[in-house]
Design a protein around this ligand. Structure first.
Ligand code: PGA
Length: 238
């Protein structure tokens, strides 16, 4: 089942939180995959403000980072640093289980994350952005629907986006949850804002279901919710 929600840009963070709370209402202790990037910033800010007012309790959640760059763990552009800035400012936010890109054995590191998620019973919610090339987490175009946690080479499109922060140190690889972990979540929430995403959002929702647009495979999930601002939704057929 796919549910598409289109809201004015100013309401984007609030609409993302509403979808998240709805999906997480079943239990206090949900397991959730969390994204980084520019897309979720409004959501995390909204969560910080609602939690500060005492109206959001996520202390029982079990969050996992959905990906990490293959750079220094404490590089200012690492996802670990992103979570410090944007997630940890939410009052009561539990610590995010993260990838360690400096682990000596990356296969073992991927296995550690896979086993931690499996032990938690899989993800209840996969909260995702979408890349300009249709990737979700670092599952680049061509990723198999059954792909699991692993080290991946980043596409040129992803490296180009990363370059704005990483500059000359832009990593060539990353660690990511697979499409298997993400799209077998009970609820998949994909967020997109801004006109730059309009084309890829339309391809993911209205185009063919294809590994060339990994986000299009979210249609196989039990429940997929797209939260879009009007600009990101502007090329949808409906
Ligand atoms: P963005 O990245 O939120 O910075 O646009 C989204 C993504 O690449 O998944």
């Amino acid at each position: 089942m796919t549910d598409i929600r289109i809201v004015p840009a100013a309401d984007f963070g609030g609409a993302c939180l509403e979808a998240l709370q709805e999906a997480g209402a079943r239990s206090r202790s949900i397991t959730v995959g969390l994204p980084t990037g520019s897309t979720p910033i409004a959501l995390y800010a909204e969560m910080a403000s609602v939690a500060a007012a005492g109206n959001l309790d996520i202390s029982g959640w079990r969050p996992f980072a959905i990906d990490e760059y293959g750079g220094a763990r404490l590089h200012p552009c690492s996802n670990r640093r992103f979570f410090e800035r944007h997630w940890e400012s939410i009052s009561g936010a539990p610590e995010v289980e993260q990838f360690d890109p400096e682990a000596p054995d990356l296969e073992a590191e991927a296995r550690r994350m896979r086993e931690a998620i499996d032990a938690a019973g899989g993800l209840d919610i996969a909260l995702l952005g979408i890349g300009l090339n249709g990737h979700v987490a670092f599952n680049e175009p061509g990723s198999a629907a059954g792909s699991t946690v692993r080290r991946v080479d980043l596409s040129e499109a992803s490296r180009e986006s990363a370059r704005a922060c990483w500059g000359d140190e832009t990593p060539a690889w990353g660690l990511t949850l697979g499409l298997r972990e993400l799209f077998s979540a009970e609820t998949v929430i994909i967020m997109a804002h801004g006109a730059a995403k309009a084309d890829i959002v339309a391809r993911a929702i209205d185009g063919p279901e294809t590994v060339h647009v990994p986000a299009s495979l979210s249609r196989r999930s039990a429940r997929a919710i797209w939260v879009l601002d009007e600009a990101a939704a502007s090329r949808l057929k409906r």
